[in-house]
Design a protein around this ligand. Structure first.
Ligand code: NAP
Length: 241
């Protein structure tokens, strides 16, 4: 059986690192995307020490040249890609009010969380189409759920993070767009809600661990051929859009 090749963006720490570790433990060759060479190489070395095959791929999702170079390198080395986890993301407006959010915060957030995902996905799709059963996982958040954040009874209505929340709602829409385009192919595209996990992103305020956050992404990255596409899932099942 051919070894599967998985690219995880933002794999040097947090939930992305845990996803990379789990895919590596499952026998995949993991390409650990990271924008900082030192942090990326350290993460790949840690993954390899645990017995897996992991290689650092320099990848800043906001830098078109970096995205193109990563795709070119993967094509030369492996000729295809089986799994893409669009995990890299930023949260810049923790504690901010929408009315006080500088537009620059919105722009920077969208560059990483929205435009970056599209840039990486479009660059990798020709390689993913060469896989017999490719899986794309977009790391969303329940903060992107309009059902949850518009419900005054829901705790997430207390977190009106204009830039972050709307970037994840946009990512959900983007997930559906790709799934619709690819519905007649073997490429499945889903959005993952990892739950509220303690990571650098939220100053370690979440009750869950990064390893728990990886569960749903790993499940979606390893879906069977009869698995869903175009959905939005947490570990407990479908999340309301
Ligand atoms: P984290 O610990 O802050 O890790 C974020 C990762 O993304 C880091 O590796 C970071 O690299 C990378 N990254 C950021 N901008 C990048 C760029 N332009 N190019 C490449 N890599 C970039 O955060 P996390 O909590 O693990 O978050 C992972 C994903 O899960 C994010 O998409 C986040 O929105 C989502 N999520 C998290 C939670 C939660 O509770 N933690 C909940 C829902 C969704 P550097 O080390 O170089 O900064």
């Amino acid at each position: 059986m051919t070894t599967k090749v998985a690219l995880v963006t933002g794999a040097n720490k947090g939930i992305g690192y845990e996803i990379a570790a789990r895919l590596s433990a499952a026998g995949m060759t993991v390409l650990a995307g990271a924008r900082d060479a030192e942090r990326g190489q350290a993460a790949a070395a840690r993954l390899a020490q645990a017995g897996g095959t992991a290689v650092h791929v320099p990848l800043d999702v906001t830098d078109a040249a970096s995205v193109a170079a990563a795709a070119k390198w993967i094509e030369q080395e492996y000729g295809r890609l089986d799994v893409l986890v669009n995990n890299a993301g930023i949260l810049l407006d923790l504690g901010s009010k929408p009315s006080e959010t500088p537009v620059e915060t919105l722009r920077r957030t969208y560059e990483s969380n929205v435009v970056g995902v599209v840039a990486v996905t479009n660059a990798m799709l020709p390689l993913l189409r060469r896989s017999p059963a490719a899986r794309i996982v977009n790391m969303s958040s329940e903060l992107g759920s309009l059902t949850s954040t518009s419900d005054p009874q829901h705790p997430f209505s207390q977190f009106p993070l204009l830039a972050y929340n709307s970037s994840k709602s946009a990512l959900n829409s983007i997930t559906v767009s790709y799934a619709n385009e690819l519905k007649d192919t073997s490429v499945k595209v889903n959005a993952a809600d990892p739950g509220y996990c303690a990571t650098d992103l939220n100053r370690h305020s979440g009750p869950r661990t990064a390893a728990q956050g990886a569960n749903v992404a790993v499940a979606l990255a390893t879906l069977d051929p009869d698995g869903p596409t175009g959905g939005y899932y947490s570990e407990d099942g479908p999340v309301a859009w």
